[in-house]
Design a protein around this ligand. Sequence first.
Ligand code: ZN
Length: 265
Amino acid sequence: MIIKNSFEQPMPGFVSILFALSLSMVISANANAAKMQINILKPTNSQEAENLEILTENNALDETVKFINDAVSFDYPVTLSVGAEDGPLFDPAINDISLPFMFVDTILTHFESSLGDLEESEQNAIVLDVVTHTLLHETAHALIAQLDIPIVGKEEDAADALATMLLLEYHDSGTDIALTAADMFALEDQSIDQFENADYWGVHSLDIQRYYSTLCYIAGNNDDERQLIIEDELLSEDKADECIDEYALMVSSWEALLGNSLSDL
Ligand SMILES: [Zn+2]
């Protein structure tokens, strides 16, 4: 069920009750703010059902959405449609984030081919890390649209930046999740044999650039991680040092743009 701009439109009674309950249970920056809520669509085959199990194991998806609702507040309710056909994407016309079941396969395919035979629990943890980063990226698109946030570069870069910032500033396992997300970008880059013009004029930066941007934010956020990144020669020492200011500027910019929509947890 899609709930669009429900502050402006009457909602069915039971939805109102559920919505009120969820508001009372979640403590965030703005208790009256609109929330993200999950709508799980019915799997159409056993593969989709298996993927849904991975996503919902140990309430993983609920926890991620709770994290998002604690970290930011929306102007209008956002529906997370799990099992939608297309995506991952945010549709501003209906305030809906689509997460297809098959996105799980996309993630597993990238990691399986590079890291050999992982334990099932390790595979699932990787899937959930990438999904969490992806949902935060789509959350950024939702906030940009709802709050009319000005964007003076690539919106996709800004969305990546906010996703990484929310992880590093608010999430207990944020660094690990951001590192997995960076790995996913690196693996996506490795899966490309030859770049085409469309890769250069696309709305996203190249995957390899998204990899290094994420690494740079991690290096800028944490001294120990920066040392490890330098020791592993993932970034040069000069670049890693520059990342301290780059990260601080990114964080203060997003804080200024989001204002009260960002939690002060
Ligand atoms: Zn995007």
